[in-house]
Design a protein around this ligand. Structure first.
Ligand SMILES: [Zn+2]
Ligand SMILES: [Zn+2]
Length: 303
């Protein structure tokens, strides 16, 4: 039941797209079309992205912009050529579920891998004794004996491929990376950092599965955040990061800010509706004296 439920949720959960704050305004779109040169186009984009919680850049240090969707790409967001949309925290487009695996369904995808692996192991294990009897001529000579053999091979082969895929994704979760980020490390304002989003094992796990353990094994959405901005630890919170050659070398405790501006303890933030704008949230958080610190800005001020 859990296998079917998680498979269902992976297939039918719509991928999340960037909220309207990330779309260019009509006037910005117009001036972007007017500007012929790369640098003045960047100026328009920089202005549009001024209040957005964006800390990653392109290889050349430019604001990440999607021409197709005409929006400033949030961190970890990528344009899927199959869906023809920008997908929040895109992991990959999965043909097995005919859907994009991203922020909205990554937890379901992981559970789907786990439960299908358990299911295949269960089938292979219970079929094993009959499979042995098949080779020792212990089965009655009917058509059904070939079903035994086929079932065992199918279950065993899927067990092998699923266990490698599941193992790989467990490693990704533990490092807080997406499949795309393994191939191309995220580039932050100042430098590339392949572990830029890693907060340490326990926090990384909670980013995907949430704070409440009772939901971890159920395919119900419990990931933290809103998918548009992600906490990151570019300074020495994570011991792993201290040794990262790409990591920033700031050591002062006061600089240990967490991205994003949105407070982390707000675990309900994924329930954001379209009517709630980023600035409303920011204003609310500021009112509540929640830290809205922006390390990238801090660093810019320092330099
Ligand atoms: Zn796009
Ligand atoms: Zn897709």
């Amino acid at each position: 039941m859990l296998f079917v439920w998680s498979y269902w949720k992976t297939i039918f959960t719509l991928p999340m797209n960037p909220s309207k704050e990330f779309h260019l305004s009509y006037s910005d779109k117009e001036s972007l079309e007017r500007e012929p040169r790369g640098e003045s186009q960047q100026e328009v984009l920089r202005r549009a992205a001024k209040d957005l919680p964006i800390y990653t850049r392109t290889m050349s240090g430019a604001i990440r912009y999607c021409d197709r969707c005409q929006l400033v790409k949030p961190d970890r967001c990528h344009h899927c050529s199959v869906c023809d949309k920008c997908i929040l925290k895109m992991d990959h487009h999965c043909p097995w579920v005919n859907n994009c695996v991203g922020f909205s369904n990554y937890k379901f995808f992981l559970l789907f891998l786990a439960y299908s692996l358990l299911y295949c192991i269960f089938i292979a294990a219970t079929d094993l004794q009959y499979f042995i009897k098949f080779w020792t001529n212990g089965l009655p000579d009917t058509q059904a004996k070939f079903h035994i053999m086929f079932l065992f091979f199918a279950a065993a082969m899927f067990s092998v491929s699923l266990s490698s895929l599941f193992g790989y994704h467990c490693w990704l979760v533990s490092k807080n990376k997406s499949t795309l980020e393994v191939f191309r490390a995220p580039i932050f304002r100042h430098r590339t950092d392949k572990n830029g989003f890693s907060l340490g094992f326990s926090k990384n796990l909670r980013q995907v599965f949430g704070d409440e353990k009772k939901y971890w094994l159920l395919p119900v959405f419990s990931s933290l955040g809103d998918g548009c901005s992600f906490p990151t630890c570019l300074v020495n919170q994570d011991p792993e990061q201290a040794s990262t050659p790409g990591g920033l070398n700031s050591t002062s405790k006061s600089e240990n800010h967490l991205f994003p501006a949105k407070p982390l303890r707000d675990s309900q933030s994924h329930l954001l509706t379209d009517t709630q704008s980023w600035s409303e949230i920011s204003a609310k958080a500021e009112k509540g004296k929640v830290g809205m610190s922006n390390p990238a800005l801090t660093m810019e001020n320092e330099t």
